[in-house]
Ligand binder design. Structure first.
Ligand SMILES: Nc1ncnc2c1ncn2[C@@H]1O[C@H](COP(=O)(O)OP(=O)(O)OP(=O)(O)O)[C@@H](O)[C@H]1O
Length: 234
């Protein structure tokens, strides 16, 4: 089963007297463990695609299937639960809470999901170790570098064990070396947690670390994205 499946997704915004089409009949299937780069010029619809896939915006028409469930058919409460449990979102800016330690940034997300604090603390420590921040669990955002903050952001998005990870220009605020290590980390996350990952990027240099490229132009994908190859073929 695909983890994320956009089927004939069209998104239109009101534009003066008429409508502007931000997404035009987009079809995209992403399998567990598949890592897709999403590229295209400014205004081509990349952020709109991520927002629709994240179920933050309902498309004008088409289906958004997350782990086999059609998100466009759900009521707001069910939709919020689906998003919380199945979708991890990583924005450019980590948006960490200034007063919380790295571990607490992660624990609070599980707490909001009604999970036990003890289990959350164990998982938070495991994830911080996985992203290379075992020594930084007690540090607050101002004590971390930009790259470290982005690693906390990634670990936080993994707390819910999402099926789908949506990443919007994770390297925009980082230098070259840190950017490479963040994309390398996302590759590891994708493989280790078998999560379907879509990353918007302007950095075509990192595209080879991903399995396939989706290119957007004027709201449409320029070509079908190849299906998942077997892991051994990578
Ligand atoms: N809330 C909105 N209301 C009206 N038009 C919008 C809205 N959000 C986006 N658009 C338009 O939809 C189109 C696609 O925008 P989108 O932000 O998805 O592109 P993008 O590829 O992510 O661009 P960038 O690389 O600059 O972030 C653009 O023409 C944009 O102006």
């Amino acid at each position: 089963m695909t983890a994320l499946n956009l089927i004939n997704v069209t998104l239109q915004y009101p534009d003066g007297e008429g409508l502007m089409t931000a997404l035009d009949t987009v079809n995209l299937a992403v399998h567990p463990g598949q890592f897709i780069s999403l590229v295209g010029p400014s205004g081509s619809g990349k952020s709109s695609l991520l927002a629709v896939a994240a179920t933050l915006i309902k498309p004008t028409s088409g289906l958004v299937m997350i782990d086999g469930v059609d998100a466009t058919a759900l009521r707001e409460k069910e939709l919020a639960a689906l998003r919380r449990d199945k979708v991890g979102i990583i924005f450019q800016q980590p948006n960490l809470l200034a007063s919380l330690t790295a571990a607490e940034q992660l624990i609070i997300t599980d707490h909001l999901r009604g999970k036990s604090l003890r289990a959350a603390a164990v998982r938070a420590n495991e994830l911080l170790e996985m992203v290379g921040l075992a020594d930084c669990a007690k540090k607050r955002p101002h004590q971390l570098s930009g790259g470290q903050r982005q690693r906390v952001n990634i670990a936080r998005a993994l707390m819910a064990q999402p099926k789908v990870l949506l990443v919007d220009e994770p390297t925009a605020a980082l230098d070259h070396e840190r950017s490479a290590s963040i994309v390398g980390l996302l590759r590891e996350v994708c493989d280790q947690f078998n999560v379907a990952t879509v990353m918007v990027t302007h950095d075509t240099e990192f595209v080879p670390l991903t399995d396939a490229v989706a290119t957007m132009l004027d709201g449409a994908l320029t070509a079908p994205v190849p299906a998942m190859e077997t892991a051994s073929a990578r």
